[in-house]
Design a protein around this ligand. Sequence first.
Ligand code: PLP
Length: 413
Amino acid sequence: MLTLDFHPTGRHFLQIPGPSPVPDRILRAMSLPTIDHRGPEFGALGLKVLADIKQIFQTQHPVVIYPASGTGAWEAALTNVLSPGDHVLMYETGHFASLWQKMATRLGLKTEFLGYPGKDEHLPAAAGWRHGVQAPQIEERLRADTQHSIKAVCVVHNETSTGVTSNIAAVRRAIDASRHPALLLVDTISGLASADYRHDEWGVDVTVSGSQKGLMLPPGISFNAVSPKALAASKTAQCPKAFWAWDDIIEMNKTGYWPYTPNTNLLYGLNEACDMLLGQGLDVVFARHQRWGEGVRAAVRAWGLEIQCADPALYSPVLTGVMMPEGVDADAVRKIIYDRFDCSLGTGLGKLKGRMFRIGHLGDCNDLTLLAALSGCEMGLKLAGVKLAGSGVQAAMDHFSSHAAVVPLRKAA
Ligand code: PLP
């Protein structure tokens, strides 16, 4: 049955790890009339968002904005700097790293997929899906490539399928230590504007991101941040591309325009999002997500359930993966929470199907919306017959009330 005419009271709790809830301020900005994308007002908007988005990526260099989902920006990153048959080193951290590897293979690249070397008794087929990229493995592989046949290293910064981050600065150090010229390509589709990310400082050559996560926008625009080394590589890269080609876009962007019809109303939204994020300060934004992540993890621990990420240093500030006890179907639990409490949680993807669900702590949320979502989870887990050790909601309340937000909401009278 089609349920588009189903309007329950109150707001739906969109607690998936993206698309994230969009703040009213951004929805209002996007409701402005669409303007002429070749007219003078548009040029000013274009220049403003192109300048602001550089600050979000923490880069001085061009950021290309596509009217496409993140998958398009993945393809753009690969095709702009590589040639058919080029050897790329990728790392299996989860479902999205696996999809990017599949895409690279389909594009005619020769992919090598490294994986976590350890074992996991709960998840024998997906041991690496609880850990981040192991930089020493990258270093060892690059050192062995004395002919420099590897042209790029591709890693995912925030694995949305698991809630595990990877240390990108460590990957950069590994490449440098091996004195290898490979380009570094990073997917931070779900990390940008929630988790600290530094394109220039970490020496990333192409960073891929999207609108529907930390930028708090609907899906529909995506990004390539481009280093001078990547730009130089794009001059000789032979992978076929037309729509994704950086050269024409970067040239026209100098005056605030695009070679095709850009996503005008999403750019209004991006303008508003940048004002909000930069107005608050990126450090404040990152600290806010860290604190929310800590509160949600306190709840998971109090329930007596396991967090998908096995390395506390790499807990994602964006989402938390919650593993189900043996024999419990995570999708059945999610369905109860959705049907009974109007709260959407992220499903287990790929090798984790049915084994876990994901709670997003990104986009337009606050302590109380997260507590409400956690109470939906707690009720749903109990209704599904999952034996809980204690109240996760209480643990999260204790956490939030004993850890003040970095910036108080209002000054005490
Ligand atoms: N990479 C990561 C880490 C993601 O989280 C996603 C989407 O959730 C993608 C790539 C694919 O992006 P899209 O679905 O916008 O095409």
